[in-house]
Design a protein around this ligand. Structure first.
Ligand code: SF4
Length: 321
């Protein structure tokens, strides 16, 4: 059984002009001890998926359909207090975007991790502090840093501290939303090493949200490519990077330099993702796709199995496995 099984999930934001279909019929699964990356341009719904999984949604957002099963139990049916007691931090935790601002400036790192443990587990303050210190060591910092305030830490250390906090209650799944975005390349590489090391040592599953394909290639087993609120290709990282099938994935992959392959000219994707208040009919990528056919403008391509992955594209409609 999958650890996390998301099926036909829909989450819309209501605004004055109508409904923004931010997550529209999204399905994927995360297997225990595996890591899935969600990639795509900004505004394609990646962070909205993450926030929907924990129901950390603003007042104008509504789950319109679908299920989110964590080892078989449907999270969408749980009340906020059930989620607080049973799921958030204990089973699914999250590393939020922008570690620089994720820590409270007037409390020490140790205090913030300890508070998280005390809120969710029946342990003493000393036991919680001992675990916080071990977590700080686990993410590669000296144990003394537990007594430091955020302003006394570098950007990379803050990122490690929020990673330690996400691990505070031994969750089954950690969602990392753009975990390296605000960091320089050297610190990004260090944080990446920490994430890879933790995955192997603790066996924790991860859902990594990023527009950075290199980060996903380094940290994930599988990748789901999101475009305009939908998953358009989903499969093993090694197959999708080697031979992308969906035209959007091809464009995304060719927009990133390859570190190991021969030097190739990088291309950009012309145009912008559509307005999700009124997405285009048929395939949502058709206004930007150089392979668009008449059928693409009329009929939405279903996500189907094509050789070793799932793809939603009429070009591959006849090649079902
Ligand atoms: Fe392009 Fe058509 Fe495939 Fe959409 S369905 S990606 S428009 S070929």
């Amino acid at each position: 059984m999958a650890l996390l099984d998301v099926e036909n999930l829909k989450m819309y934001y209501k605004i004055l002009r109508g409904e923004v279909k931010a997550v529209d019929d999204v399905s994927f699964e995360v297997i225990a001890k595996e890591s899935l990356g969600l990639a795509g341009e900004s505004g394609c719904g990646k962070t909205s998926v993450a926030l929907t999984l924990l129901k950390l949604l603003p007042w104008n957002a509504k789950i319109k359909g679908g299920t989110i099963r964590l080892t078989g139990e449907d999270i969408t049916r749980m009340s906020d207090s059930e989620l607080r007691e049973k799921i958030r931090w204990k089973r699914i935790s999250m590393i939020f975007q922008g570690a620089m601002n994720a820590l409270h400036p007037t409390y020490t790192v140790g205090h913030q991790i300890t508070e998280c443990i005390l809120k969710h587990e029946n342990v003493t303050k000393d036991e919680a502090l001992e675990r916080a210190t071990k977590l700080i060591e686990l993410v590669g910092m000296e144990p003394e840093r537990v007594q430091r305030y955020p302003h006394e830490l570098s950007g990379g250390m803050k990122q490690r501290a929020v990673t330690a906090m996400a691990l505070a209650c031994n969750p089954d799944l950690v969602i990392a939303d753009e975990p390296t975005t605000a960091l320089d390349v050297i610190v990004q590489a260090q944080v990446l090493e920490v994430m890879k090391d933790l995955r192997h040592r603790l066996g924790v599953s991860m859902l990594v949200i990023s527009h950075d394909l290199a980060l996903i290639a380094e940290t994930c087993d599988k990748i789901g490519i999101m475009y305009a609120g939908k998953i358009v290709e989903n499969g093993d990282v090694k197959y999708i990077f080697k031979e992308p099938l969906h035209p959007y994935t091809t464009k995304l992959v060719s927009a990133f330099p390859s570190v190991i392959g021969p030097k190739t000219e990088l291309s950009s994707i012309h145009g912008f993702p559509p307005d999700l208040l009124k997405p285009p009919p048929g395939c949502r990528f058709h206004p930007r796709c150089e392979h668009a056919m008449d059928v693409c403008r009329q009929k939405e391509p279903p996500l189907i199995q094509v050789s070793n992955r799932l793809v939603a594209c009429h070009l591959h409609g006849g090649k079902e496995a």
